[in-house]
Design a protein around this ligand. Structure first.
Ligand code: PEP
Ligand code: MG
Length: 579
């Protein structure tokens, strides 16, 4: 519960805002900072383009950077912010518009081209103004109360940079339940609702808002009765979570019929390690390392020594439990805009994960060397994202061997055996799971992407979210196939997609033969409780029945019926989510 703060992320949605007198200094500072980081970004692009295409092409970008250092461009923007008391985005857009119009009126064709350059620079600048997160001066205007962020859309890097101390919830107009922003909200324990139609037209800045993340409902200007109802619910929920957490700390769990189950945590940042311990997870089943880059304020890759220290620290703090570190899964919707030079029409099918790593060998080699340097600090397992063929895994294995020899040559101690696994999240990998299982030490099913790519449904697109169905027969058949391939090859297989953290799907996955699960740290206690209270025999019966059904609706009906009878009433069983 808190006060609404409206946040517009898209280029075409920024609007004019009149600043209070005491906001002007902060806005000027925000503008100067954005200009500085935009210059750095453009110069990096210039270097890259220069190396790849030659200096004459780099000159275009050097000229762009010059605009951002030129007082005849910066001066009028700053004056507009301070004299007219308008927000920086608006000042940049209006100054650009009038300057570009003047260039266009000149007879010299070269100068007409400068207008297009100027507009390009202005776009970069506005992106940096928006990308820095919510400006502290706006947050301070809401005193004493929690803030509910109301946004059209949030990117994963927005989500890791929002000031978590003040934000008590967020709501977005766009997105899906398994988009990375929703996953981060779950990890941070911030109630969130995504894909709310006409959100920004319905809520005003400063409105009092309740975000019910469990039911997916947002209340505006609630009555006193409703507030006390939610206060009650919140405290009951906190009590329930506390008792689940206490039980979770008692260590590894077994099902009713004595099967060992591992329940690990998915994390994005090292700052979540205390949660992994506090919520009783059996180690980390997925460390999304790309967030080391997405959360860095200067959008730089941490160097080898810095990365090695981060990995070593995670391994040592969680030992003897395993820590599965996934190599960079950038591209797609994660960080592509911070990686200049890779503008793609269809990024989710483009240079994402391992593909981008192969295009950026120096960046990838640095990460592998850092991982190997850290390896002896604990139980390291390396996981590779977006694998679609055997040759990609072989190439990674060769790189690991090369880096190991190199490091040993430098006198660094590296264990002989490095545990290496593949994400199964592209249908091609699931179909070839038997062949992949023979090449690697373990498999990890990324159901978020496996569902997205199997059903051709963008996981972050609210217009098709009803078609994103984990219980679709095609998805179940693929998962069953992967579980069977892993069993036959005697290789461990885990599920680290969001399905793992949902009690009903957990039961289904258990029945399909999965024994290792990984999920947001806060889901661990409830799922350990589920594992303790079901038997694999019951779960298998449900899974077998599910595999005979022809439609997702039939599977949903079966799961909701069985979920009610097999899972303890204390656990949240919400058939609404299945259907
Ligand atoms: C997945 O795809 O299921 C997964 C765990 O990886 P991510 O959500 O980071 O894409
Ligand atoms: Mg994935």
């Amino acid at each position: 519960m808190g006060r609404a703060l409206l946040w517009l992320s898209r280029d075409d949605t920024f609007s004019r805002r009149t600043l209070e007198p005491d906001e002007i200094a902060g806005e000027l500072e925000k503008f100067r900072e954005a200009a500085g980081t935009a210059v750095q970004e453009i110069e990096r692009t210039a270097d890259e383009v220069g190396n790849r295409l030659g200096p004459e092409y780099a000159a275009i970008f050097h000229a762009h950077a010059l605009f951002l250092k030129d007082r005849t461009f910066l001066g009028p923007i700053e004056r507009r912010i301070s004299n007219d008391a308008v927000n920086a985005e608006w000042a940049v857009a209006s100054v650009t518009e009038s300057l570009a119009a003047r260039f266009r009126d000149l007879p010299d064709e070269n100068l007409v081209h400068r207008a297009a350059d100027l507009e390009d620079v202005s776009k970069t600048l506005r992106r940096h103004l928006g990308d820095g997160g919510i400006s502290p001066s706006r947050i301070e205007t809401i005193e004493g109360e929690g803030i509910v962020l109301i946004a059209d859309e949030l990117t994963p890097s927005d989500a890791v940079r929002i000031p978590r101390e003040r934000i008590v919830g967020f709501v977005t107009e766009r997105g899906g339940r398994t988009s990375h922003v929703a996953i981060l909200a779950r990890s941070f324990g911030i109630p969130a609702v995504v894909a709310v139609p006409r959100l920004l037209a319905s809520i005003g800045e400063g409105d009092r808002v309740i975000v019910d993340g469990l039911e997916g409902v947002v209340w505006r200007e609630p009555t006193g009765d409703l507030v006390s109802l939610f206060e009650d619910r919140k405290s009951r929920d906190a009590d329930r979570q506390r008792s689940l957490r206490e039980r979770s700390l008692s260590g590894a769990v077994k099902t009713l019929d004595g099967q060992d189950i591992a329940i690990r945590a998915n994390i994005e940042l090292s700052s979540e390690i205390p949660d992994v311990l506090e919520y009783g997870a059996d180690g980390v089943g997925l460390f999304r390392s790309e967030f080391l880059y997405l959360s860095s304020s200067d959008a730089e890759f941490p160097d080898e020594a810095t990365q090695a220290e981060i990995y070593r620290d995670a391994l040592a703090r969680l030992a003897p439990h395993p820590v599965v570190i996934r190599t960079w899964d950038l591209g797609g919707k994660k960080g592509s805009r911070q990686l200049p030079g890779f503008e793609e029409g269809n990024p989710v099918l483009g240079l994402r994960g391992i593909r981008l790593c192969f295009k950026r060998p120096a960046m990838f080699r640095t990460q592998i060397r850092a991982l190997l340097r850290a390896a002896k600090a604990g139980d390291l397992r390396i996981l590779v994202p977006m694998i679609s063929g055997i040759e990609e895994m072989r190439r990674v294995r060769t790189l690991i061997d090369e880096c190991r020899d190199e490091l040993r040559g430098e006198g660094v101690e590296v264990p002989e055996r490095i545990v290496l696994g593949t994400m199964i999240e592209v249908p091609a990998a699931a179909i070839m799971a038997d062949l992949l299982a023979a090449e690697v030490d373990f498999l990890s099913l990324g159901t978020n992407d496996l569902i997205q790519y199997t059903l051709a449904v963008d996981r972050a697109n609210e217009t098709v979210s009803e078609l994103f169905r984990p219980h679709h027969p095609a998805v179940l058949r693929l998962i069953a196939r992967v579980a069977e391939a892993a069993r036959a090859a005697e290789k461990p297989v885990s599920v680290c997609g969001e399905m793992a953290g949902d009690p009903i799907f957990f039961m289904l996955l258990l029945g399909l033969g999965i024994r290792e699960f990984s999920m947001g740290p806060r889901s661990v206690p409830a799922l350990k409780e589920v594992a303790r209270t079901v038997s694999t025999a019951d779960a298998q019966r449900v899974a077998r029945a599910a595999l005979t059904l022809a439609t997702a609706d039939e599977v949903a009906a079966l799961l909701s019926r069985e979920g009610h009878s097999l899972l303890s009433g204390e656990l949240t069983v919400r058939p609404r989510e299945v259907t």
